[in-house]
Design a protein around this ligand. Sequence first.
Ligand code: IPD
Ligand code: CA
Ligand code: CA
Length: 275
Amino acid sequence: MQPFQTDTIKELALQCATTAGQLSLERMKQPYLVEYKTSASDLVTAVDKEVERQIVQTILDRYPDHGILGEEGTFEGDLSTCDTVWVIDPIDGTTNFVHQQINFSVSIAVYHKGQPLIGVVYDPSRDELFHAAKGEGAYLNERRLQLDRQVKLEEALLCTSVFWNKRAEQMGIDLIVKKLAGKVRGMRLLGSAALEMSYVAAGRLDGYVSLSLNPWDFGAGKILVEEAGGVVTKMNGLPLPMDQKSSVMACNPTFYEELRNYLMIEEGLSTETES
Ligand code: IPD
Ligand code: CA
Ligand code: CA
């Protein structure tokens, strides 16, 4: 078993993300198959599957003992036997992709023995590469990202998708967030959680809140935000898991406690049963 080589593995993650993003952008110009997963608002395309297969093959050619948790389920091995697990979303923002919108991204996180060590998010439409390694900082292309600006909640630009979540409605969180919208500078919804979390790391958004995301949506974004100096937890304040659905709060540290208190989510109530 090789020791974890952060630089070499990060280099491969960067290569996978940029190649995959450029392939998506190419494929977007031609016809491709679009299927419903569970409904008309839950889509998968032939491009999602092709891109994931390509990433998985590239990783396994180099590291046959690594495991991969990808949204499209291309990896067939047993994750429980793997020390190093890549958590990937080949296209985060498939609905935007299908509607020929620009806000979609490739998201790749690498965990070693359960610890998140590398995060890469690539936005091919703008050629922006967000990347971070544990203890080594977060970057947008070559530029170091550092959340050193003090931001009051009333000055914050927040991002969320809870208004459209049935469980949020059952729990009344949609109304809490609606009330919150009146207290902050503005709310945005871009449709790619990985990109939205990258924007929090870059200070373009001050916070991101979701009641329910999959591990491939938030894995890379979590490392990016933390390495930029931000805070990322479940809505109940607990750490995010590696391989399960979770609620997510990612924000500038100045107002993390205030925002969490505002949302008033009880432990165990956050996401464990999802709509
Ligand atoms: C979706 C996006 C979206 C978030 C959804 C995700 P997908 O991922 O990240 O922003 O609100 O919960 O499922 O399906 O486009 O990979
Ligand atoms: Ca996703
Ligand atoms: Ca996806």
